[in-house]
Design a protein around this ligand. Structure first.
Ligand code: SF4
Length: 218
């Protein structure tokens, strides 16, 4: 399961060109991981799609952290809707940490980017695909491809598999292209968004803490 040499940004450009030519504005369910990552994706795609954010992240194992990220996601959407006249809707998926922990059992020691993350992507994209199907969306996608630490071909492959399973189109993306990642950092600064320094699960937090400890000891 990998995307070989596909250029997902170009594939997205092609779909957007088609929408412009036909004057269509599809309904897009966008799974988001956090406000900073979504800042660029939402701004970029709201020009072409009617967007509903699907915030489904049971991988964030500490509840206070989860609440903080959720609050920031909602605050960003409110800013965009009020200040930039967007009309982004928000849906929060179930915060079921136990489900995440049970899915990644046995993979706790994996480094970020390994097999645990694949399971985590599958869980989140599967829920997003099911929601998109059940609520009549034309497309679904995820903001996760903006991160340089996330495997965009893998995310797109999983998205396509989920799309086939539920018969709903997965919108290809590699949001870090076209300076997307850089723009997301600038937007986060502009709106004073909380930017966490680890991915989400307790294992990624521990990895970050031991990296910091290692740096302190150097
Ligand atoms: S490091 Fe991030 S993507 Fe990987 S399992 Fe943890 S929360 Fe999920």
């Amino acid at each position: 399961m990998n995307g070989g040499n596909r250029n997902y940004q170009k594939e997205l450009d092609k779909i957007i060109d088609g929408l412009i030519k036909t004057g269509t504005r599809p309904k897009l369910l966008m799974h988001t991981c956090c406000a900073p990552c979504s800042s660029y994706c939402l701004k970029y795609l709201s020009e072409y799609f009617d967007i509903t954010v699907y915030y489904y992240n049971p991988n964030i194992t500490e509840e206070a952290e989860y609440r903080m990220r959720t609050k920031e996601q909602k605050r960003l959407i409110d800013i965009y809707n009020e200040e930039l006249s967007m009309d982004i809707k928000f849906v929060e998926g179930e915060y079921d940490r136990e489900l995440f922990l049970s899915k990644v059992k046995g993979y706790e020691a994996c480094k970020e980017g390994g097999d645990r993350c694949k399971i985590c992507f599958e869980l989140r994209l599967d829920k997003a695909g099911a929601y998109a199907k059940n609520h009549g969306f034309d497309f679904f996608t995820t903001s996760l491809t903006i991160s340089p630490l996330k495997n965009a071909p893998l995310l797109n492959s999983i998205g396509e598999e989920v799309g086939s399973k539920y018969d709903v189109r997965f919108l290809p993306s590699d949001f870090k292209k076209k300076e997307g990642y850089k723009q997301s950092i600038e937007l986060s600064k502009e709106y004073g968004l909380y930017r966490q320094n680890y991915c989400g699960c307790v294992y990624s937090k521990n990895e970050m803490l031991s990296r910091q400890k290692g740096n302190d000891n150097e």
